[in-house]
Design a protein around this ligand. Structure first.
Ligand SMILES: C[S@@+](CC[C@H](N)C(=O)[O-])C[C@H]1O[C@@H](n2cnc3c(N)ncnc32)[C@H](O)[C@@H]1O
Length: 213
């Protein structure tokens, strides 16, 4: 008799792999691109969590621009959420509102955040970025959820993003074409001005066009 194993959802598979790896750093495995020909010079914990260097960049950016309100979409296991929270703690003020759509992944992220000592800085919600309601002006918006909906979530939160604020969109490499194309489209529509950072998975660093002085 053949035994059929239920196919694991990608997020759950990577979550189990990450737990087995126990926080060990690996060389980044995304394929080389013209803008980033040596991805192996970067590091990663797993294929869902942002590159280790990008996690450090998030903390440094938070310490540089000192946001009152950070909104993140797609927490996965909470690694990027916690690096942002570390920056907020170093600043001594601010908060991050993040969302994770998958209830199993959300529960693990919640546990990790509770154990981190940084829970006071984080408001993690089990809901979709396309439904989440956040009050206030957003100083840093980090888009890292499902690649297909990045443009929609940026557009949804754009009216709330400060004209002095920063928008980050992860996974914008030329290999992961869909997010790069979405960022080009947001530029063509006159909504954002983008810089494409040449990292293994690609990161857009952008600002709203409207309201610039
Ligand atoms: C690339 S991972 C996020 C990685 C995380 N930001 C980090 O670097 O540690 C994307 C996550 O977004 C979640 N997701 C997908 N669609 C979503 C949505 N509409 N709203 C919130 N989360 C979503 C997935 O379940 C997945 O865990």
């Amino acid at each position: 008799m053949r035994l059929f194993r239920k196919k694991l959802k990608q997020e759950h598979k990577v979550m189990l792999q990450a737990e087995r790896a126990g926080g060990a750093l690996l060389p980044e495995y995304h394929r080389p691109t013209s803008e980033c020909p040596h991805p192996e010079r970067w590091h990663m914990y797993d294929s869902m969590t942002a590159e280790a260097e990008v996690l450090e960049f998030l903390q440094t950016l938070v310490m540089t621009i000192k946001p009152q309100l950070v909104v993140e979409t797609g927490a996965f296991l909470g690694a990027s959420t916690l690096w942002i929270a570390k920056g907020l703690k170093a600043n001594g003020f601010g908060r991050i509102v993040s969302c994770e759509f998958d209830p199993v992944v959300y529960a693990r992220a919640k546990e990790r955040i509770a154990a981190s000592g940084l829970a006071d800085w984080v408001d993690l919600r089990n809901e979709s970025s396309l439904e989440m309601q956040v009050e206030g002006t957003i100083d840093l918006f980090y888009s890292d959820s499902d690649m297909e909906i990045r443009a929609a979530e940026v557009k949804r939160f754009l009216p709330q993003i400060s004209s002095n604020g920063v928008v980050l969109i992860h996974d914008a490499s030329s290999h992961l074409r869909v997010v790069r194309e979405a960022a080009f489209a947001l530029e063509r529509e006159g909504l954002l001005s983008c810089v494409f950072l040449p990292t293994p998975r690609g990161m857009v660093l952008a600002q709203k066009r409207e309201g610039r002085q």
